[in-house]
Design a protein around this ligand. Structure first.
Ligand code: GAL
Length: 494
């Protein structure tokens, strides 16, 4: 099974690389006809007044071409496909309506960019990048800089664009996390959180358990669930990333924010006891995985919890967006306000309360002939208007302090906005942008092997290699501002 999975991953990677290479050499296609659907919704503007926004979703008609010259068209690469397409489609529709520029979304499926990142890297390496692409803030962007023919000169420095749209002034914490050596090479569009866990409340009630606050509590709840014949935990083996995210959350719980950031910078000693402790807890916890874990992706894992096939799932708050958009009859609540009608409870991952593990999606624009359109799109998307359209649907929160929290349709997002403001520490999620892409891919593959085989020696040597490679690849780069490297408030003694 292990070999099958690895072979599967390799095949997918190769196919995507080939498709990407073909796309890279293809002459730019004429614009194709679209179906435009207008959705009228009420949102609150930055000033706090309610207004009506027409969200125009543009759908490219498949298999049709046209020879007439139409409005300018640019390509945007992303992994927001399938069940998580709604927020990006609303942004694109509105952008096109406002500027008359069409955005052809090339969505390479696979949560957390497990496939898209390889496709984007291939295009960049070939010197044929898309006009704009999705990237996490953090060293993931440096991996693209390393791959590009002209290095850092291959990408538009977005610092002044960020200033123009008020991002640096209104989102100083996000600007801190999203800057590399003091400059911004992509514009942030949201704040997601990686250290979350969701529970099916009916199953918790059934076994007479409450929401765990420590990792030991979580293990005890899982034991109880197992005794009642209920699979405790479901993770998405098919797109792997929630496995690594679970490991990193355990590591955050036992190691704390400073060691977590040391992992990101590769300065954590490889024999640090928290690596072993987190790994042992990971193996204890994954004993309780549901039988279908290796065949479901994150959306399937969320569905399992929603449908009562498993008790819990570790994921980011994009799961909130998914439930809101796809399961409108499901009521979500937070651990701080468990309402009687609640179906799904969201809580900080046990042992990481008070810490916000940041995941920041952003848009980067390569230097080239379409650069001005790309920058226009990125500024619209990351600006107050784009973020007001995007975040309510996405499950995330907006980066702007002055965007009213009343735009969020779910109680979880309202709570997250408060949790973000009140957090004692911020760290940057390793699974979602906090690692260089080669290190990330290695850890993703190996965490699947760890889960299947329990082979800790292989895992520890992979982690040691990951730390050494991280340290080496930072090579003069850092997150944050000069004299204020991003450590998310953590110090060696905190
Ligand atoms: C994350 C990304 C989120 C969401 C998630 C699942 O990496 O930051 O916006 O897309 O993956 O695909």
């Amino acid at each position: 099974m292990r070999t099958g999975l690895l072979v599967g991953v390799i095949v997918v990677v190769v196919v995507i690389a080939i498709v990407a290479a073909i796309l890279a050499t293809r002459p730019s296609a004429p614009p194709s006809p679209t179906t435009v659907t207008s959705v009228v919704t009420s949102v609150t503007t930055v000033s706090g007044t309610a207004t009506t926004v027409v969200q125009t979703v543009t759908v490219t008609a498949p298999g049709t071409t046209t020879t007439t010259t139409g409005p300018p068209t640019i390509t945007f690469y992303t992994w927001w496909a399938g069940l998580e397409r709604f927020a990006i489609d609303a942004v694109i529709g509105n952008f096109t309506k406002l500027y008359g520029i069409r955005v052809e979304k090339t969505a390479v499926p696979g949560g957390a960019g497990v496939n898209a990142k390889i496709a984007i890297l291939t295009l960049i390496q070939a010197g044929k990048p898309p006009a704009a692409f999705q990237v996490h803030c953090g060293p993931e962007m440096i991996s693209y800089i390393y791959a590009a023919p002209n290095g850092v000169e291959s990408f538009v420095n977005m610092t002044s664009a960020a200033q123009q749209i008020g991002l640096i002034q209104q989102a100083p914490g996000v600007a801190w996390a999203c800057s590399l050596n003091g400059g911004m090479f992509s514009l942030p569009v949201d704040v997601h959180r990686a250290n979350l866990i969701m529970y099916n409340k009916h199953l918790l009630d059934k076994i007479g358990a409450s929401v765990p606050t420590t990792v030991q509590d979580l293990l005890a709840v899982c034991q109880k669930a197992a005794a009642a014949g209920i699979p405790c935990l479901v993770l998405g083996g098919a797109d792997q990333f929630t496995l690594l995210q679970t490991w990193e959350n355990l590591f955050l719980a036992v190691g704390g924010p400073y060691k977590f950031m040391q992992f990101l910078y590769g300065t954590l000693p490889p024999n640090d006891p928290s690596i072993v402790e987190a790994t042992q807890l990971y193996l204890n916890l994954t004993k309780y995985l549901s039988p279908d874990w290796s065949s479901v992706d994150w959306t399937g894992a969320v569905a399992d919890v929603v449908q009562g096939k498993a008790l819990a799932h570790v994921d980011g708050d994009w799961a909130v967006g998914l439930i809101h958009n796809v399961y409108p009859n499901v009521t979500m609540c937070t651990v701080d306000n468990i309402t009687p009608n609640c179906d799904i409870i969201f809580a900080p991952f046990p042992g990481t309360q008070g810490i916000y593990s940041l995941v920041i999606d952003s848009v980067a624009v390569p230097v080239g002939p379409e650069e001005s359109y790309g920058v226009l799109f990125a500024k619209f998307f990351a600006g107050p208007q784009g973020q007001t359209i995007f975040n309510p649907i996405k499950g995330s929160i907006a980066t702007y302090k002055n965007i009213s929290t009343s735009i969020y349709p779910t109680a979880v997002q309202q709570w997250e906005a408060q949790q973000y403001r009140d957090a004692r520490f911020y760290v940057y999620s390793l699974t979602h942008g906090g690692l260089f892409s080669d290190v990330w891919q290695n850890l993703l593959q190996q965490v699947v092997v760890l889960t299947q085989t329990g082979n800790t020696n292989l895992w520890y040597s992979t982690v040691a290699k990951a730390l050494a490679t991280e340290r080496q690849e930072w090579n003069g780069w850092y997150m944050g501002f000069p004299n204020n490297k991003f450590w998310g408030n953590a110090t060696a003694t905190s």
